[in-house]
Design a protein around this ligand. Structure first.
Ligand SMILES: CC(C)(COP(=O)(O)OP(=O)(O)OC[C@H]1O[C@@H](n2cnc3c(N)ncnc32)[C@H](O)[C@@H]1OP(=O)(O)O)[C@@H](O)C(=O)NCCC(=O)NCCS
Length: 175
């Protein structure tokens, strides 16, 4: 477990760091069904969509664009209603940990924080709409956090190296 992880709501001052992490992950094209060339403007429209609560995970770290007040932003997540109207009581979230900081407990800390936050906000369930089946660390982590694969979308993701592969819908109740 990584020490000194602080998870807090994102502010406008975090936008460069959020973009840096978002762009690194989306440009790789292997985990999110998002255009790898998505612009910064469109990225923020997605990340800060209606009803979204965005958070950053920071820890002590070396200087870079993601360094602020001696803290390095190493992970980001956004939590929002999965649908509107009659579907707004189910939450959805997206998580990103910068490559160099993976495997050290930041994703787990953000996942746990997110479920707690979703419960606090009164959401009745959490749904992930599109977990790429080859994303082993994500599938395993989400299962450990109580998310179950409730559906498989055959060939729904075109992986840059593996071709057409399945994506999972994952779900858990928060009641
Ligand atoms: C998925 C992601 C958020 C996980 O964050 P992370 O900080 O690396 O995860 P953690 O260090 O907290 O690891 C949590 C668990 O994931 C699993 N895990 C982590 N790395 C793994 C690996 N290389 N292989 C298999 N499982 C792994 C383990 O179960 C681990 O728990 P453990 O350390 O107790 O064994 C991160 O890898 C990431 O941002 N990936 C790119 C974007 C992405 O895929 N987002 C999720 C889309 S659904």
């Amino acid at each position: 477990m990584t020490k000194n992880i602080n998870i807090r709501p994102a502010t406008d001052a975090d936008r460069d760091a959020i973009w840096e992490i978002f762009h690194e992950i989306v440009a790789a094209g292997d985990t999110y069904p998002i255009d790898p060339e998505m612009s910064r403007e469109d990225a923020f429209a997605y990340w800060f969509q209606t009803g979204a609560r965005a958070f950053v995970a920071e820890q002590d770290g070396p200087a870079s664009a993601t360094l602020r007040r001696g803290k390095q932003i190493v992970g980001i997540y956004t939590l929002h209603p999965n649908q509107s109207g009659g579907g707004a009581h189910v939450a959805n979230a997206a998580f990103m940990v910068t490559k160099d900081a993976r495997g050290k407990g930041i994703g787990r800390a953000m996942g746990e924080h997110c479920l707690k936050e979703a419960r606090r906000l009164g959401f009745r369930a959490m749904q992930f709409n599109f977990v790429v089946s080859t994303n082993e660390s994500a599938v395993k982590l989400w299962q450990e956090l109580g998310m179950k694969i409730v559906g498989t979308l055959p060939g729904a993701f075109r992986h840059p190296e593996k071709g057409y592969i399945d994506a999972y819908v994952m779900y858990r109740s928060l009641l």
